[in-house]
Design a protein. Structure first.
Length: 246
C-alpha cells in the first residue's frame, strides 16, 4: 500500500481503461499522479473519479511530437522531478493491408511510437535518479493476427524501445521495462465495433478463458514502477492469460 510513497508519476492516456486503473493504483500506493488525454471533458471526469485534489491533468495529443515538451514543462513546474512514467496512450486501428493509406499509417505510428519517443526525450532533464519508465505494449507484437499489421508493428517498435533505452538510460539511473497486454476488458473492443458474440469468440482463444482486467495490468505496472523491481531492466512482463503461448 505504500510502495510509491513520495514518488511522482505521469500516466499518458490516463482517463479510461488501463490508464485510469493504474492511476488509481498509483494513488493507492502513495504516489502523486499526473494524467494526460486529448480532451478536457475526459480529463475532468477522471479527476472527479480519482479525487479532484489528488491528480494533475494535462491536455495533450499523444501523437504530437513537438507537444511533448509542454507535457514535460508541466511536470517540471508541478512536481520538480519525475520518478515514474507509464506510457499507456495508444490507438488500435485494425484493417487489411489493402485498406491502409499513408495518413492512417502515420496516425498509428505517431500515437503509438513517435509521440512516446519524444516524450521520453523531453522528460530526460526531469527524470529523477533513480526513475522508472514502463511502456504499454501488446501481444500483437508477437503473434500474427490478421488485420493488425500496422498496430502490431507500432507496438513492436515500442517494445524494441524498452530494450534499447534500458541499456542507454541505465547510467542515468532510469530503468525501462514493458508490460505486454493481451485481450483486456476495456472500452477498446467496443470502439473496434466488437459485440458480445465476437467477444465470446475471443475469450475461447485465451487459455484462461476470459478477458483480463485492467487492475491485473495495473498491478504489473506498479511492480515495474516500484523499488520491488530495482534490479529489473529491459524486461517484458506479458499479461495475456496465456494467449501468446499458443
Amino acid at each position: 500500500m505504500d510502495r510509491l510513497i513520495k514518488k511522482t508519476a505521469l500516466i499518458t492516456g490516463g482517463t479510461s481503461g488501463i490508464g485510469l486503473e493504474t492511476a488509481r493504483e498509483f494513488l493507492h500506493e502513495g504516489a502523486r499522479v499526473a494524467i494526460t488525454a486529448r480532451d478536457h471533458e475526459s480529463l475532468d471526469a477522471a479527476r472527479k473519479e480519482l479525487g479532484d485534489n489528488r491528480v494533475l491533468t494535462i491536455a495533450s495529443n499523444a501523437g504530437d511530437a513537438s507537444g511533448q515538451r509542454k507535457v514535460a514543462e508541466a511536470i517540471r513546474n508541478e512536481f520538480g522531478q519525475l520518478d515514474i512514467l507509464f506510457v499507456n496512450a495508444g490507438v488500435a486501428e485494425m484493417a487489411p493491408l489493402d485498406k491502409w493509406d499513408e495518413s492512417a499509417f502515420d496516425r498509428s505510428f505517431d500515437i503509438n511510437f513517435k509521440g512516446p519517443f519524444f516524450l521520453i526525450q523531453a522528460l530526460l532533464p526531469v527524470f529523477n535518479n533513480p526513475a522508472s519508465i514502463v511502456l504499454m505494449t501488446s501481444i500483437n507484437s508477437h503473434i500474427g493476427m490478421p488485420n493488425s499489421s500496422v498496430y502490431g508493428a507500432s507496438k513492436a517498435a515500442l517494445l524494441s524501445l524498452a530494450r534499447t533505452l534500458s541499456g542507454e538510460l541505465i547510467s542515468r539511473g532510469i530503468r525501462v521495462n514493458a508490460v505486454t497486454g493481451g485481450p483486456i476488458a476495456t472500452p477498446l473492443y467496443r470502439k473496434l465495433g466488437m459485440g458480445e458474440n465476437e467477444l465470446k469468440s475471443l475469450e475461447i482463444q485465451i487459455p484462461a478463458r476470459r478477458l483480463g482486467q485492467s487492475s491485473e495490468v495495473a498491478q504489473a505496472v506498479v511492480y515495474f514502477a516500484s523499488d520491488d523491481s530495482a534490479f529489473t531492466v529491459g524486461s517484458e512482463l506479458v499479461v495475456d492469460g496465456g494467449m501468446s503461448n499458443l
